[in-house]
Design a protein around this ligand. Structure first.
Ligand SMILES: NC(=O)c1ccc[n+]([C@@H]2O[C@H](COP(=O)([O-])OP(=O)(O)OC[C@H]3O[C@@H](n4cnc5c(N)ncnc54)[C@H](OP(=O)(O)O)[C@@H]3O)[C@@H](O)[C@H]2O)c1
Length: 429
């Protein structure tokens, strides 16, 4: 074993960074044995230097992250600051000054992954980011390496623990959205400002990363269609139950049937209780991958938290250090397929539509005609009437999102349709 240590600069020492530092210390001997050389924490960049950080030598703490990555003797920079800047500039500077990079930064990778990969390649360095998607769950490496000989057609995942916790609460207790969110906040599963989670921004960043890797093409955050889950109601869950389904916020990345394009989207959807993703409870994450040769694979585990996320960061650190010692680099960006990302209108799926209608003869026929005129075939219809008003629940066969949008616009114009109570896609069948 080499005795000269590999030097690691840690950028950020918060929820994830503090656990990375702890595991680097407590597992130092095992890490050294697995890598073939000891790893040494050479510096820790933070925003608030006076904060007490247990187990970390105060002499290592700095607020000058740029100077740390420019030192020239750093082998690996671990970026766990988050956000776009200064993380982006620091990573680029790290490559230019001879370091490889491990990052957990989904927002940055989804927005600027291509440029960062190009910077890594230009400097012959590694960029690893297993922790950026679904915390501890090995997913990037299986897609990038284990499935490199297969053809992935679909990635369907629960990639945000906060929203899964809220939806699971609504499902199991009958609670409304706000009540379930309040509980998630009280238990520390939701942040004070939960927008990034409940509006689907976090999941959309992960969908962009997953789609790019799975389909060997570039998918940017802006390419991902996004709908949050704040409008899911207890009534939606009741409807889902009647269909033998539950509701999950899903990230869905698909290759078109003709193989010529891909789509990436995040939205709440009904899935059958028999689907493996339906049984993912609480704040857990799971990703279901369908590919030509392997068939169906499911990856499951904790998608966030300091120690679970640090586990993924440390796995990357070991891989990057091994590459460093052997003088090699791991796989870089693979975007050779250069497939276009189709708009949401091209997505084909099933729909569950709940309408408030007048309870009088002929309404059902009128509604059915609108669906037929837009080429959307109806699978089932359920009608419940009360005091001159009725609700009509229509479940469709597979249709394009554009056809469904046209149908709903036309339905809203019918005098007999008082309102469209909810539209939910039905996935996983
Ligand atoms: N938390 C999770 O469960 C989780 C899961 C998966 C991925 N991630 C990703 O991991 C990354 C870190 O998340 P986190 O939860 O650990 O965040 P966090 O707890 O907010 O920690 C951020 C750290 O960055 C430091 N920092 C902020 N601005 C800085 C600057 N300009 N220069 C130097 N240091 C700076 C902070 O310093 P102070 O300590 O002085 O404030 C803090 O130590 C993010 O990209 C996140 O998306 C997190």
């Amino acid at each position: 074993m080499r005795t000269r240590p590999l030097k690691v600069a840690l950028l950020g020492c918060g929820v994830v960074g503090s656990e990375v530092a702890r595991i680097m210390t407590t597992h130092a001997d095992d890490l050294a044995a697995r890598i073939g050389a000891p790893v040494e924490l050479a510096g820790v960049a933070v925003r608030r230097p006076s904060k007490v950080r247990e187990g970390i030598d105060p002499a290592l703490i700095t607020t000058d992250a740029t100077a740390l990555v420019k030192r020239g003797d750093i082998d690996v920079v671990v970026e766990v600051i988050g956000g776009i800047e200064p993380a982006r500039g620091l990573i680029t500077t790290a490559f230019e000054h001879g370091a490889s990079v491990v990052s957990a930064n989904k927002a940055l990778l989804a927005q600027d992954g291509a440029a960062l990969h190009a910077a890594a390649e230009a400097n012959d360095k590694d960029l690893y980011y297993e922790a950026a998607v679904a915390g501890a769950i090995p997913l990037i490496r299986p897609l990038r390496e284990s499935l490199a000989g297969d053809k992935v057609n679909r990635v369907l995942g629960i990639v945000n623990g906060t929203t899964n916790f809220i939806l699971d609460k609504m499902d199991s207790t009958g609670a409304g959205y706000q009540e379930a969110l309040d509980e998630a906040t009280a238990l520390g599963y939701a942040e004070a400002d939960p927008t990034a989670d409940v509006e689907g921004f976090d999941a959309a960043a992960k969908a962009a990363i997953l789609a790019g890797i799975a389909f060997h093409t570039r998918v940017r955050l802006d390419d991902v269609y996004r709908e949050g889950m704040t409008e899911v109601t207890a009534a939606d869950f009741a409807s889902a139950k009647e269909m033998g389904c539950t509701i999950k916020l899903l990230a869905i990345c698909e290759r078109a049937e003709d193989g010529q394009s891909v789509t990436a989207r995040v939205h709440p959807a009904m899935i059958p209780l028999t689907h493996p993703l339906a049984s993912v409870r609480g704040a857990y994450n799971a990703v279901f991958v369908e590919s030509d040769a392997s068939g169906q694979l499911m990856f499951y585990g904790p998608g966030a938290g300091g120690a679970p996320t640090a586990s993924a960061v440390l796995g990357d650190l070991v891989a990057v250090c091994r590459n460093r010692l052997s003088g090699a680099t791991g796989p870089g960006e693979s975007a050779y397929a250069a497939l276009p990302v189709s708009p949401m209108g091209d997505v084909v799926t099933r729909y569950h539509i709940s309408l408030d209608v007048a309870d009088k003869p002929g309404v059902l026929a009128q509604v059915a005609t609108v669906f037929a005129e837009h080429g959307v075939s109806i699978d089932t219809v359920r009608q419940q009437g009360k005091d001159g008003e009725a609700s009509l629940v229509v479940v469709t066969h597979r249709a394009s999102d554009a056809a469904l949008v046209g149908t709903v616009e036309a339905l809203r114009k019918l005098d007999t349709v008082r309102g469209v109570a909810s539209i939910m896609r039905v996935e996983g069948e």
